[in-house]
Design a protein around this ligand. Structure first.
Ligand SMILES: [Ca+2]
Ligand SMILES: [Ca+2]
Length: 144
């Protein structure tokens, strides 16, 4: 084929050396790349899919190439870990007491402060934590 007549070859140099024209024609023939990301659903599940598919399925698209794990939508790792130290101990209790009654800072991750997972931070989370720490009560509810 005469390069001068090839519409895809308009970047050809007149000296006949290879140019980016070949790459260009390849691009025009290829499907656009599929971009996927983490898609979260109201039930807490996550799937990696295209944004349009995610939205069509009623999910919340986090972003291109966003991973499902770790979950970027939640900081929750360990409910009851008020100070986000990765362990639950009496210091979390004092942290929460200080928050509830002493004007102290809120739990670092609000979901982790919600020990009983009822979506409210209140004194019931405190009693749950006390019961777990000292009374042989049930474990804090696992994070979603
Ligand atoms: Ca802690
Ligand atoms: Ca709660």
């Amino acid at each position: 084929m005469n390069a001068d007549l090839d519409p895809l070859n308009r970047f050809s140099r007149t000296d006949g050396t290879t140019t980016e024209s070949e790459d260009l024609s390849l691009c025009l023939l290829e499907e656009p790349p599929t971009i996927t990301g983490a898609c979260f659903f109201a039930d807490g599940s996550c799937a990696t899919m295209e944004q349009a598919d995610c939205e069509a399925a009623g999910g919340q698209y986090v972003g291109d190439d966003a991973p499902c794990d770790p979950n970027p939508c939640t900081c929750c790792n360990l409910r009851g870990d008020m100070d986000n130290s990765e362990v639950r101990d009496v210091s979390d209790l004092t942290y929460y007491v200080d928050y509830m009654f002493g004007g102290g800072p809120a739990p670092v991750c609000e979901e982790e402060g919600d020990v009983d997972a009822n979506t409210v931070l209140d004194v019931s989370d405190l009693t749950y934590l006390v019961d777990w720490l000292f009374g042989g009560g049930p474990d804090p509810v696992p994070c979603p």
